[in-house]
Design a protein around this ligand. Sequence first.
Ligand code: PMP
Ligand code: GLN
Length: 382
Amino acid sequence: MHPTIQSKLPNAGTTIFTIMSSLAVEHNAINLGQGFPDFEMNQALPELVSKAMADGHNQYVHMNGLPLLRERISEKVKKLYNTDVHPADEITITPGGTYALYTAFTAILQPGDEVIVFEPAYDCYIPQIELSGAVAVTIPLKAGSYKIDHELTRSKITAKTKAILINSPHNPSGAVLEEDDMEFLQEIVSGTGIFIISDEVYEHLIFDGKKHLSVMLYPELYERSFVTFSFGKVYNCTGWKTGYCIAPPMLTKEFRKIHQFNAFTVFSPVQYALAAFLENENEYLNLGKMLQQKRDYFKELMAKTRFEPIPSYGSYFQIYSYKNISEEKEYDMAVRLVKEFGVATIPVSALYKTPTNNQVLRFCFSKKESTLAAAAEKLLDV
Ligand code: PMP
Ligand code: GLN
């Protein structure tokens, strides 16, 4: 007899981001698939990490994160969202945003609980929910605008609904939640025991003068929320995998019960560096402007191709339709684009539980202009 694993994720394959990045390497293609910048981060930050190491900051910091870093985050939240979050009981530094989401789901979910997830959705949410024996109740975002259908959402709330997952600015569409969405959310959770998990990793990547509506702006939402962030997106260093979770004290207490036995704490030198670097608010406040220019630059080049843009107001991403080009399924089209034209993208259908084919692909524009220009040149032939 051999040991066999009864899979906890029997239907999971390899994430689409790894599939497409591997194909890009194999076919020497330009990678506009997986979301990561191909330009250098501000070098002052790695210098601060080296300094922290040289200064001897190489042992465990506090399990909830370096106190100074939590204080700086608290100051930033106060400035941006006019909310007091206490560094000691409401902020926990984590090894990335993904880990923060997993810990939040694990803290609240029991087998059989339902979590509302809007599709398309960043691909870690549903497996993370299922690992707790809970069920993701998927609701499609509106075709074209990727906005939340309020009435449909209301109809999916049951006695088993334990949480609603929101993500603004949205991966993969770049849609952002507006005041009417926040009012709707407040209304449907009012007087219920429903939690909110709010994935705000793209908080600073917002365009066209729109304002990021954090759940922390709304006390009735924040009191039931776990809000997750990633420094990888803020400082163009996705490989650093450092983030944090903000949640009210009672929620944070349960979050930390899990965190202390899992990662326990996060790489110390980076936390010292981030605490120093956060003092310069322009580093994160200018990010939206920089990315908006990239979105526009790429869109201008793409206007010469047969791909049609769907509006993006934030994140690293814009969805383009290829309805005018082919009837192929999204995955097949994405694979053909890598192999025959040398450009990797993400088939948006991979971010749905429900089988879908809307003939749309996600392009990451967080790249050097030369990369975007070279990709658009290749796409002219499609
Ligand atoms: N949420 C969304 C919507 C993302 O796009 C990402 C980026 N990969 C994450 C969470 C996770 O961030 P991290 O790399 O810090 O785990
Ligand atoms: N968030 C990134 C994206 O959407 C990828 C992260 C990952 O590869 N897991 O492309």
